[in-house]
Design a protein. Structure first.
Length: 262
């Protein structure tokens, strides 16, 4: 059975201090402390700022050999599509230290809700594959219109993984479909705060949600199905407000262990 890694989307949050990180701990110690509890993390700051090899190398040295980093693609690579060949080359070079040390999980290419299935969008996915090279990559769609066999076949053809998501059951959003289209199974838990998903004053309000044991239990057989098709599975909790992601990641890992999956 493939290994299932469970962690959180991001790890350096001020509101985690006192709830996860000791109040007297320096920010420089966060990752090492985090890695004592989890074996993977999804790096999200790279969506806002292009990463550099020095930072990635320093992060890799703060964790053990079995740790894996998944890294979110920069916004210019998915949202504005302003990134050219040189920008993609820079991104690949930045992640090289993770690959060299065997600590790279996958690249996460998250597209906006406005990115809908049509010929132009499908061509952009082809361009992304051409530019990202052979880096393991998973695609997160936000628009429900992508759900369908044609999408899964396209991802398989391009060697992209399908990012499964758990989020509010709202019209137009992605349903909780579990599907592996590459060697990397991938799940993101965004929370189910339907009330604040579209209307919120602060970004964190969208992800202010604590899953129950029953809700997470729904995903145990789904992850098992992913593990039967993929070589590795990554599960990340993005409900980061007040360290709720930490609580749920630990709970979900326990549920997987009870099922013999972690």
């Amino acid at each position: 059975m493939p290994r299932v890694y469970v962690g959180t989307s991001g790890y350096s949050y001020e509101d985690w201090v006192g709830k996860f990180y000791p109040v007297d701990m320096s920010r420089a110690e966060y990752l090492t402390y985090y890695a004592q509890m989890f074996d993977t993390v999804e790096v999200n700051y790279t969506y806002y700022k292009m990463p550099d090899a020095g930072t990635m190398r320093a992060m890799a040295r703060k964790v053990g050999d079995g740790f894996r980093f998944s890294v979110k693609a920069h916004s210019t690579m998915t949202h504005t599509r302003d990134a050219d060949d040189a920008a993609f080359a820079s991104f690949r070079q930045a992640l090289a230290p993770l690959g060299e040390e065997g600590k790279l999980g996958a690249v996460l290419a998250q597209y906006p809700w406005s990115f809908k299935p049509d010929e132009e969008s499908m061509r952009w996915l082809e361009i992304f594959r051409e530019r990202i090279g052979n880096l393991p990559t998973v695609v997160e769609f936000r628009n429900r219109a992508w759900i369908g066999q044609e999408t899964f076949e396209l991802l398989e053809e391009l060697g992209f993984g399908f990012c499964c998501v758990d989020e509010p059951r709202l019209r137009g959003l992605m349903p909780p479909v579990a599907r592996a289209t590459s060697a990397e199974g991938y799940v993101r838990f965004h929370g189910r705060n339907a009330e604040k998903w579209w209307e919120h004053e602060q970004a964190w309000q969208r992800y202010d949600y604590l899953y129950t044991r029953e809700e997470l239990s729904e995903w145990v057989p789904k992850v098992q199905a992913l593990a039967e098709r993929a070589k590795v599975v990554y599960a990340y909790f993005n409900n980061h407000y007040q360290a709720q992601a930490v609580q749920n990641a630990i709970l979900f890992r326990d549920l997987l262990e009870e099922a013999g999956l972690a």
